[in-house]
Every structure is written in C-alpha cells, then in structure tokens.
Design a protein around this ligand. Structure first.
Ligand SMILES: *Cc1c(COP(=O)(O)O)cnc(C)c1O
Length: 217
C-alpha cells in the first residue's frame, strides 16, 4: 500500500469518528527496510519515522538528516541505559521509557546535554511477561516518579498482544493517559491503525503496510 493510501485511511477514520483532520500523525516505521524504500518515502515528502534499535538508526539517520530537512525520528524499541546518551542525541522522541533506572538516566543526561527528547511511557497493557513496558497498575506511580525527576512525559505508548482485540488495549491506554493528564497516545500498527485512530491515537506506527514486508537476512 502506498503512503498516500495510509494517510487517506487515517483521514477517513478521523472523519468517521468525528476527530479533527490531522490529529493523528503517521510514524513510518523504517526498521530493517532497504535505504531506497526509505528514500522514496522521504521523496514523497514524509518526515516522521520510527526505528526500534539505536545502533541501526545511528547507521542511517545522521546521513539522511543531512540530506533532508525537518526529519523527526522516534525510538519505538526497548532502550538500554548504556545507550541512553546516544539515543538522546539521535532521536526526537523516546517512546519506551519503562523503568525507574532508565528514567533516572534520562533525567541526568537531560541536565548534562541541555535538551531532552519528547518522552512517552510504554505501558504493557496485556501484562505479557516477554514484553517491555510498565504494568497498567503501576503506570500512575511511574508517571508521577518521572515527573518528580523533572521529566516531562508527553504521552503513552503500547503494543497490544497479537492474539487479542487491540481496541480494548487502546481504550485502556487512553484511559490511563486521560487520568494522568497526558495528551499523546502512540498506538496502532499496520494491522490495526484505524482502530487506534478510533480510540484517539495521536501517533500510529506503521511499517510493513507502507514499505512492504520486512526482509531479515
Ligand atoms: C515494527 C514495529 C511497528 C510497525 O509494525 P508493522 O506491523 O510493520 O506496521 C510498530 N511499533 C513497533 C513498536 C514496532 O517495533
């Protein structure tokens, strides 16, 4: 599917549920994709991208930023504290803040670097053992702890379990955000972004539907 088709589907869904046009932004998830596919999406005028690994992003985005203006890059994969500095220098947003040690490290580095990316707390809405994110029951306290550290939390992010109705998870994320006074919701992927728009997503993260299947070699 082309980028323009995805954008149109987002606009259609916003209209259908009575949301303002453009209130959902599309993150093109470019992890593992060949450079020529990324460049063609940039050439179509798209500027908002997501990557899930610091190292992989470091290998391509500094060069692309030099060639294209106003790129906005989100980290959507787990972040180790020893890569936090590099991530804060590379990304405009970190969507995967999910534990006190990482929050403390980001707070310390923000002071040292004099800037901080936009931050999202990842919530493990499905309470899956293998998945990152704070448990829904711990989210309010963790957000409060982040604020005590001086961090500004912009919103929440989730990745629902593959075998469950995503709308329930999106609704839960929206509820946790609302009671914590958070505006941004990063939720929805290739298979369910329209449902996420219906539940109030301000960012959807779409990879394979834009770029084609990821080929791992
Ligand atoms: C890969 C990835 C996506 C995009 O997945 P698609 O199914 O290709 O759209 C979205 N969010 C996260 C966190 C990812 O790692």
């Amino acid at each position: 599917m082309a980028l323009s088709d995805i954008l149109q589907k987002i606009r259609d869904e916003e209209a259908r549920v009575g949301r303002e046009a453009g209130s959902t932004r599309l993150i093109a998830v470019s992890k593992v994709q060949p450079l020529d596919r990324i460049v063609s999406v940039l050439d179509e005028g798209h500027r908002l991208f997501g990557e899930n690994k610091v190292q992989e992003a470091a290998g391509k985005w500094p060069d692309l930023r030099a060639r294209y203006e106003s790129i906005e890059l989100h980290l959507i994969g787990p972040l180790q504290t020893n890569k936090a500095r590099q991530a804060m220098e590379l990304f405009d947003a970190i969507e995967t803040v999910d534990r006190p040690k990482l929050a403390k490290t980001i707070a310390r580095l923000a002071e040292e670097l004099g800037h901080c990316p936009k931050l999202f707390v990842q919530v493990n809405t499905g309470e899956e053992e293998q998945k990152a994110g704070v448990m829904p029951g711990d989210a309010d306290a963790f957000i409060a702890d982040c604020r005590d550290l001086g961090l500004t939390i912009a919103g929440l992010m989730c990745i629902p379990p593959v075998d469950e109705e995503p709308s329930l998870h999106f609704a839960l994320l929206a509820k946790i955000a609302a009671r914590n006074g958070l505006d941004e919701l990063s939720m929805g992927m290739s298979g369910d972004f329209e449902k996420a728009v219906a539940q109030g997503a301000t960012y959807v993260r779409v990879g394979s539907a834009i770029f084609g299947e990821r080929v791992y070699d």
